[in-house]
Design a protein around this ligand. Structure first.
Ligand SMILES: *[C@@H]1O[C@H](CO)[C@@H](O)[C@H](O)[C@H]1NC(C)=O
Ligand SMILES: *[C@@H]1O[C@H](CO)[C@@H](O)[C@H](O)[C@H]1NC(C)=O
Ligand SMILES: *[C@@H]1O[C@H](CO)[C@@H](O)[C@H](O)[C@H]1NC(C)=O
Ligand SMILES: *[C@@H]1O[C@H](CO)[C@@H](O)[C@H](O)[C@H]1NC(C)=O
Ligand SMILES: *[C@@H]1O[C@H](CO)[C@@H](O)[C@H](O)[C@H]1NC(C)=O
Ligand SMILES: *[C@@H]1O[C@H](CO)[C@@H](O)[C@H](O)[C@H]1NC(C)=O
Length: 360
């Protein structure tokens, strides 16, 4: 009985955490959570272990390696994803990355807010000639002109600089120093659907070509069916520059308008910058430690866990793990839905797919 109630609590907590978009949509509710800011400039080199207080791995398969952050899809159902715990309110982000190859594999680098404003770069694994740009305002998918493709070198074969420069007046997409696209505030439904609320940075990949988990329209959009035997499919991110054009500690929702004027900025130094500026953050040393030292650290963590296991009943531990797994699964689905299915719906609305497929 005790185990059962613990399970319920864990499951509820997991569900609540994972569904922030529906549980607290700032367009329909007051008092949505405060958003921790970046509030400054930072360059992240992903060739070392990142602090999980800054970068949150929301779906597994992400590794911090000498080559950079690798996002690996080795089998069906994987969608490695990382999101920043900080938000920016207008700013510039430049990523140096190589997208994943593989038919149906989608790599993405996006900015996304809690009311589903979004600015995207996307890369299809089998398309070596074009990259995709897109945006959304307040999750509105009914305008047909947001997604645009641009000619490029093969994004799967080399590292390139994909930049988003986002201000209250316009958004620009730059590829290796060349301006590809400009979106002006007024062009997005008179500004109403212009991205303008605090955004997190999200990176990841997923298999749009997974025929077991996706509708035919998604598979078609992603470039065809994924053959997982051809894997692993790896996206690699070397470096990321983030500049928050607003300086502050936190952003708060002032009303339900979703307009940038309504966002309240709390002054101060952000927790993210405090962590970044720490001279000897624990995580920064991780990759330079010898293997023996790592084993020793893991072993001592293991020891603590072992004592914990004795205290907790086996049942409850198992349930907690199930809760965590469920949470990760929810988070992956949510990220995927928010970032990708919106695009699919958009494509559907444009009539790009045959009549065999149906709307989600
Ligand atoms: C961030 O970088 C810009 C240049 O891109 C510079 O003008 C600004 O002073 C920097 N801000 C901080 C807090 O370092
Ligand atoms: C990571 O990359 C940066 C920039 O290229 C370099 O300065 C640094 O030494 C690298 N760190 C490690 C641990 O390889
Ligand atoms: C990761 O994100 C989830 C919600 O998206 C949050 O509940 C959790 O606390 C975050 N993890 C860390 C270490 O901040
Ligand atoms: C790549 O994308 C462009 C633009 O959508 C398209 O014209 C082209 O056919 C695609 N190539 C492949 C191999 O899918
Ligand atoms: C969504 O976008 C369409 C097309 O731009 C527009 O007609 C519609 O009013 C928008 N919906 C909302 C809720 O803003
Ligand atoms: C990436 O491109 C942007 C826009 O052209 C530029 O400002 C930035 O310096 C570039 N970053 C790197 C690391 O080359």
């Amino acid at each position: 009985m005790r185990c059962f109630s613990f399970l319920s609590a864990a499951t509820l907590a997991a569900t609540a955490l994972a569904q922030t978009h529906t549980d607290c949509n700032p367009l329909t509710r007051d008092g949505c959570p405060v958003m921790p800011a970046l509030g400054s400039n930072a360059t992240f080199y992903f060739n070392k272990t990142m602090s999980d207080s800054i970068w949150n791995i929301t779906a597994g398969g992400v590794d911090w390696t000498q080559k950079g952050a690798t996002f690996t899809i080795a089998s069906r159902g994987q969608s490695p994803t990382v999101k920043s715990n900080f938000y920016i309110l207008f700013g510039r982000v430049s990523v140096i990355m190589k997208s994943a190859r593989g038919t149906g594999i989608v790599s993405s680098f996006i900015l996304q807010s809690e009311d589903l404003d979004e600015i995207d770069w996307e890369f299809l694994g089998a398309n070596t000639t074009h990259v995709l740009t897109n945006y959304f305002g307040k999750g509105n998918t009914t305008d047909f002109s947001r997604g645009k493709e641009f000619k490029s070198d093969p994004p799967q074969e080399g590292f390139h600089n994909y930049t988003i420069d986002w201000t209250k007046d316009k958004t620009e997409w730059w590829l290796d120093g060349t301006l590809l696209r400009t979106l002006k505030f007024g062009e997005a439904l008179g500004g109403k659907n212009y991205p303008q609320t605090p955004m997190t940075v999200r990176m990841g990949s997923w298999a749009g070509g997974d025929t077991k988990n996706n509708d035919p329209g998604v598979v078609a959009w992603a470039g065809g069916e994924t053959n997982f035997k051809d894997g692993p499919f790896i996206m690699t991110v070397q470096e990321l520059y983030v500049e928050d054009y607003t300086s502050g500690k936190e952003y708060q929702w002032g009303d339900r308008s979703g307009s940038w004027e309504s966002i309240k900025v709390v002054e101060g130094t952000s927790e993210a910058m405090k962590e970044i500026l720490k001279p000897h953050g624990v995580t920064n040393h991780w990759t330079t430690l010898s293997k023996g030292a790592k084993v020793a650290i893991l072993a001592s963590i293991g020891g603590v866990v072992a004592i914990g296991l004795i205290v907790l009943s086996f049942c409850c531990v198992k349930q907690r793990r199930a809760g965590r797994r469920e949470y990760l699964a929810h988070e992956a689905i949510m990220t995927k839905e928010a970032a990708e299915l919106l695009h699919y719906k958009n494509q559907m609305a444009q009539g790009k797919f045959g009549h065999g497929s149906h709307m989600i």
